[in-house]
Design a binder for this molecule. Structure first.
Ligand code: OGA
Ligand code: NI
Length: 358
């Protein structure tokens, strides 16, 4: 795919403008710069997928009337993660109003005065509040049509004045609720693994939260690029809030299936850290977002449950899941080592977990 131009130089020039993809759209471009060109953009599905959807699970507000209902939810979770690595939850306890306000807040951040936004622009991986475009801009083969505000919300709750004024209150409120929902989902996942319900929590999987709040501007040439190219998440789990635009797809049996927007639902997917500690019992599944071909921006917020950098807690396959027939497939590592590896390679479509395999 080597195009004959000084890619590194064009990438740097774009980065230094600190305007993100949205800034290019605002400037009125009608063709996307070649740093965004992907060699193969197959947006169409080779197989009619209209009948296939990721499962939707009713969490009943997190209050289960009986052990039987709880057991049936756990069975659904187990089934969904084994088949798809993805599921949606409804009646998850987060009010619709909070979800709306969160989307509005993110949109407000990205659409505010670009001079204010620029003050947050950074690529420092230890920085707890930052905005940039394409976290892997310097390492990926091709850039994506997306800008992101990243905020570390737990275990240390940020000082209110460190968060962008336009969305600080809703981010704090949303995160508080996300932590609670995260805890419930880790309990269900622990039980689905046959472990005691607090097992994953005791491994600190539910302790740390980073919000990746994305803005996918309309793309003038959506067939040449992606909103986010195919990848798995580095997290233990991710809980995604998406708006009404659509474009998210999940890889299932070698086909891309759409995840149509459901205003009431949140999407849960398993990340690479969970795959590593479950020794492949639960796997992280590839997903992507098509470049936005509409007139309006697409907004989403991905709640990544994973430690922030630096963190030295060591993770390897959970001993209780291992046996003579199921020997460890991964060596021990830390979130910090994994994050550095991810950043160095960019989203390139191969599993970054291979690097940690024994
Ligand atoms: C992510 C991701 C999907 C979306 O942030 O890892 O896959 O819809 N986001 O924004
Ligand atoms: Ni993702």
């Amino acid at each position: 795919m080597a195009e004959n131009y000084d890619r590194a130089c064009e990438v740097k020039a774009f980065d230094e403008m600190k305007i993100g993809v949205k800034g290019l759209v605002d400037a009125g471009i009608t063709k996307i710069p070649r740093i965004f060109h992907h060699p193969h953009v197959a947006v169409t599905n080779p197989k009619p997928s209209s009948t296939l959807e990721i499962p939707t699970i009713d969490l009943g507000g997190g209050v289960f009337e009986s052990t039987v209902t709880r057991e049936s939810v756990i069975a659904k979770v187990r089934d969904a993660v084994e088949k798809f690595g993805f599921f949606q939850v409804i009646n998850h306890g987060i009010p619709l109003e909070v979800m709306h306000k969160m989307k509005d807040g993110i949109r407000g951040f990205h659409e505010q005065d670009s001079e204010v936004k620029k003050t947050f622009y950074s690529r420092d991986i230890t920085k707890k509040v930052k905005y940039n475009t394409n976290f892997d801009l310097y390492s990926s083969q091709a850039a994506n049509w997306r800008d992101t505000l990243t905020t570390v919300m737990a275990p240390d709750v940020p000082q209110v004045e460190d968060l962008p004024a336009i969305c600080r209150e809703i981010m704090l409120e949303y995160s508080k609720r996300m932590m609670k929902l995260g805890e419930l989902i880790f309990e269900l996942l622990s039980e689905a693994l046959g472990l005691k319900s607090k097992h994953l929590k005791e491994l600190n999987c539910a302790k740390s939260l980073s919000l990746l709040s994305h803005y996918y501007p309309p793309c003038p040439e959506p067939d040449r690029t992606f909103g986010i190219s195919s990848h798995t998440d580095i997290s233990f789990i991710t809980i995604l809030l998406q708006d009404h635009i659509g474009g998210l797809q999940v890889l299932h049996d070698d086909y891309w299936i759409d995840v149509p927007p459901n205003p009431e639902a949140l999407i849960v997917n398993l990340g690479d850290l969970l795959q590593l500690i479950t020794n492949d019992k639960f796997v992280s599944v590839e997903h992507r977002v098509l470049a936005n071909r509409g007139e309006e921006p697409r907004i989403s917020s991905a709640s990544f449950f994973m430690h922030t950098i630096p963190n030295e807690q060591v993770y390897g396959p959970i001993k209780e899941l291992l046996s003579e027939q199921n020997l460890p497939k991964y060596r021990d590592t830390t979130t910090t080592e994994m994050a550095r590896h991810y950043l160095a390679r960019g989203l390139d479509g191969t599993s970054p977990l291979l690097h940690f395999r024994i």
